[in-house]
Design a protein around this ligand. Sequence first.
Ligand code: NAP
Length: 280
Amino acid sequence: MSLLLRNPFPLLHSISLNFPKHQHKRCTAMMEGSKVEATDEMKKLEGKKVFVAGATGMTGKKIVDQLLSKGFQVRAGVRDVESAKSSLSSNQNIQIVKADVTEGSEKLAEAIGDAEAVICATGFRPSLDLFAPWKVDNFGTVNLVDACRTVGVNRFILVSSILVNGAAMGQILNPAYIVLNIFGLTLIAKLQAEKYIRSSGINFTIIRPGGLRNDPPSGSIAMESEDTLFEGSISREQVAEVAVEALRHPEASYKVVEIVSRTEAPKHSFAEMFGHIKQG
Ligand SMILES: NC(=O)c1ccc[n+]([C@@H]2O[C@H](COP(=O)([O-])OP(=O)(O)OC[C@H]3O[C@@H](n4cnc5c(N)ncnc54)[C@H](OP(=O)(O)O)[C@@H]3O)[C@@H](O)[C@H]2O)c1
């Protein structure tokens, strides 16, 4: 239990890279009109301001760094502005703003301010509050989506998790699915938030990584369609890269992607990887 309190995803971390054969579903659903629209939208985002919720998290920090290194401006949403000033990189293109996703959409709309896209990398911090996952990973994300509607932001990237739809995938007895849901219905909370985003009309990319690792990338990114992967892990660096590249590729629009890292996987461009996933 002490391990669970430190990291709610221990089983996703430790699962070995033993993959089933997957069907690569070709992207056939994207209509020409929406593609043109999404391409224009992406071009407009290059170099623009992006709000990052959960900017002090292990993945959030890497997202902030990659946004800055790729020429974006960042509004870093944090719960504790003072401590974030010392933990986040100091750069003229970063503004640190207070943003607790449980405090409602009005405050979040102020925090998003003049940003033109939102990346959500929040995750509940383990505590004695059993409702924390529901408050942060479901209601918190819903609040963020509502805030986007208020300020007119139309691009939303969410870092979610593989196995969120484990029950529908026949993975109800998967130990990771059981543990993560016993611990505050974490995966179910994330799935509910995903559903909200998908019905919001906002251009979304939902990224579902396998178990997160802090070590540098050791293999290539393997990207699959939703409800495909149920094991594997990936470096947070690669998750951050996928989140930032989703902003730069129209092929990522209105998609759910599942990602792990595989040493034997061939290296593909982001356009190819996002392109082979169908819209949903
Ligand atoms: N760990 C895994 O193996 C794994 C696997 C798949 C998916 N995921 C998901 O991937 C995402 C990133 O995971 P991570 O391990 O990199 O995250 P993390 O280091 O645990 O960071 C979580 C972030 O969420 C923030 N946060 C918590 N409650 C908040 C609230 N009420 N309002 C605003 N921000 C809040 C934290 O802020 P403070 O710094 O202020 O606490 C922190 O910045 C999470 O959604 C996680 O569930 C994790």
